[in-house]
Design a protein around this ligand. Structure first.
Ligand code: 13P
Length: 249
């Protein structure tokens, strides 16, 4: 079965609830005939307003993190059941910004991923190498570690999405070439199949993320291994995000 493309916006720490609702209202008519899955991953406090604003559209709601415990003394964190109560379907886990600035590790990524899956959320788990790692020829080694540790005990890879985001391409305007992205994503799929046999890895979707925009989306999405995009900056502009969603035009 073909894997359905998935284009997700990661708003990061942008947009008040009101601004977020206005953004998706502008986006709705632009993507009404989208053939791919469309997701917006919004700041937690925007979730109620955005949930209301996407009503009657194809846009699905996503969050940017989830805690691994069901509830309890974890000041500042949000549980899967809290997200589910607002119709959240997707959740980004282990974004490189969280790994870099907030001490997220492969182990905590693994715990959050397993908790999200158990609750019925679809995790969008981010992996990727730094520029230094790529230039020292360590890309595959780093990805291998992130896969091995971050996806331990996952039973069904068709229930999650991996976002391959080379750190050097995030917010820099420096995109991986389509061939580079395709090759690395092919490696990721091969590795997951090898590390986790018989866990449905063939049906797992893998996105590319890092300076994906209205201009380069078509070429990236034409690559056979790339099943979607995780979009930062360009997801804040309805026209640009809609153009990415319509990569097939
Ligand atoms: P940019 O699209 O702004 O480079 O961000 C990519 C990203 O980090 C998405 O999660």
């Amino acid at each position: 079965m073909a894997r359905k493309p998935i284009i997700a916006g990661n708003w990061k720490m942008n947009n008040t609830a009101e601004e977020g609702a206005a953004l998706v209202k502008a986006l709705k008519p632009l993507i009404a005939d989208a053939k791919c899955e469309v997701v917006v991953c919004v700041p937690a406090i925007d979730i109620p307003a955005v949930k209301k604003a996407i009503h009657g559209s194809k846009i699905k709601l996503g969050a940017q993190n989830v805690h691994f415990a069901e509830k309890g003394a974890y000041t500042g964190e949000i549980s899967a059941s809290m997200l589910l109560a607002y119709g959240v379907k997707y959740v980004i886990i282990g974004h490189s910004e969280r790994r870099q600035y907030f001490g997220e590790t492969d182990e905590s990524v693994n715990k959050r991923t397993l908790a999200a899956l158990k609750a019925g959320l679809t995790p969008i788990v981010c992996i990727g190498e730094s520029l230094e790692e790529r230039e020292s020829g360590l890309t595959e080694k780093v990805l291998d570690r992130q896969l091995r540790e971050g996806f331990k005990d996952v039973e069904d890879f068709s229930k999650l999405v991996i976002a391959y985001e080379p750190i050097w391409a995030i917010g820099t305007g420096r995109t991986a070439t389509a061939e580079q992205a395709n090759e690395t994503i092919a490696y990721i799929r091969r590795r997951v199949k090898r590390l986790f046999p018989h866990k449905n890895a063939g049906r797992m979707r893998i996105q590319y993320g890092g300076s994906m925009n209205a201009k380069n989306a078509k070429e990236l999405m034409a690559q056979p291994e790339i099943d979607g995009g995780l979009i930062g900056g360009a997801s804040l502009k309805p026209d640009d995000f809609a153009a990415i969603v319509h990569f097939d035009r």
